[in-house]
Design a protein around this ligand. Structure first.
Ligand code: NI
Length: 393
């Protein structure tokens, strides 16, 4: 099993369990950053702390005049009361590492340990320990703080309970969806419940709007391109016998393709405006753009696949079964530089039914060794690519 020396594996398990026991919410990852900084200090790796809040950026030297390869982990936990019964379960009331970011952070520390032993890396390696992934905001904040300055390529990954431990999932194309929210205020005309002819009923207009929005995915988008339009909130009214003059709908839009993303948002606007006009109501629409879709390009996925084969052998490198409609803010980095995002198999027997963000989520710790070996390998393989490009330009 161990894809890293046994002594390092034991240390990684200890670090992961400590991070798991003391989880911290988005933007509050101070203790976690301390654990990271301590580990890096022990390896004599230069690092900056307090980047975009509690982010940590470390640099491992490599060939000069070559851009660096970036490896990225996320560090935050979720507002969930843990119910795993693990001996290292969270001691922070209502906070839990339920998405495996304790594992992601630990893998990257493992890679740091492996890479710090290397003498002549083909390119410098930068490690980004990013806060606030769960808010979809940490990546942008790190980019604003210069985390990608001098960077050539970037790689990241996520634990995945759908695959066995010891596997790495690499794919071209969509991996995660975009996530945008919309809010529609409907302004009609309130009236006595017994005098509907004097009203423009915002509840009726809102209801029609919700039903019409269902036809965007079912009738307008290519069925081969996964997409979601969900209305999660509908607020209106004050009394049984009063026709509501105002209503508010709020929803989310998900797509794996940038063109579909634009199509969904423009359809939401068109349908909402048309339904309002049909009934003489007015609307205000606000769209809050969130994370872009996460799409691997094929060349970068090829580099990732070579590294995965090196780490776990070809038989254990799997294609992605289905892309996830959840969001992942790694996509902001990919808007700036090329890279790829993989998944690390981490299924625990008996816990298959507990997905990420569940109070009973756990992952197989073998993934810590797999992740460390993969990241170290991809840093070297992608580094060789960058060095060749630098030499030929
Ligand atoms: Ni996550």
């Amino acid at each position: 099993m161990p894809r890293v020396p046994q002594g390092l594996y034991d240390r990684l398990v200890a670090v992961r369990r400590e991070l798991h026991q003391y989880p911290e919410l988005s933007w509050q990852e101070g203790r976690t950053a301390g654990v990271i900084a301590n580990f890096l200090h022990g390896l004599a790796i230069q690092h900056r702390t307090n980047v975009a809040g509690h982010g940590v950026v470390a640099d491992i030297p490599g060939a000069s005049k070559v851009p660096c390869v970036v490896l990225r982990a996320d560090t935050d936990a979720l507002p969930i009361q843990e119910e795993t019964g693990l001996e290292f379960a969270s001691v922070h009331e209502g906070v839990m590492h339920a998405c495996g970011h304790d594992g992601h952070t630990t893998m990257l520390l493992g890679a740091a340990a492996l890479l710090s032993r290397e003498k002549d890396l083909p390119a410098p390696v930068r490690l980004i320990f990013q806060p606030a992934e769960e808010k979809g905001a940490g990546a942008l904040a790190m980019i604003k703080e210069g985390a990608l300055d001098g960077a050539g390529l970037i790689f990241g990954g996520h634990l995945d309970r759908h695959y066995y431990p010891g596997t790495i999932v690499v794919s071209d194309g969509p991996v995660n969806a975009s996530s945008d929210n919309f809010s529609i205020e409907i302004i009609g005309q309130g009236a006595h419940g017994a005098r509907p002819h004097e009203s423009i009923d915002a509840v009726v207009v809102g209801s029609l709007m919700i039903m019409a929005l269902q036809t965007i995915v079912s009738r307008e988008v290519d069925p081969a391109r996964p997409s979601v339009v969900s209305v999660g909130q509908f607020h209106a009214g004050t009394a049984p016998n009063v026709i509501a003059g105002q209503a508010k709908l709020e929803g989310t839009v998900r797509a794996q393709d940038p063109a579909v993303r634009r199509q969904l948002l423009s359809s939401v606007r068109r349908i909402a405006e048309s339904i309002a006009q049909l009934h003489g109501a007015k609307i205000h629409i606000t769209v809050t753009e969130g994370t872009p879709p996460l799409v691997n390009d094929s060349v970068m996925a090829g580099l990732a696949r070579r590294a995965a084969i090196e780490a776990v052998g070809e038989a254990n490198v799997l294609p992605l079964k289905t892309a996830n409609m959840g969001a992942e803010d790694f996509s902001y980095y990919l808007e700036k530089i090329p890279g790829a995002y993989v998944r690390f198999g981490s299924q625990v027997p008996g816990r298959e039914g507990y997905p990420a963000h569940s109070s009973k989520f756990d992952f197989d710790e073998e993934a810590l060794a797999v992740g460390a070996a993969y990241y170290a390998a991809v840093a070297k393989i992608a580094g060789q690519q960058l060095r060749q490009q630098a030499a030929s330009s």
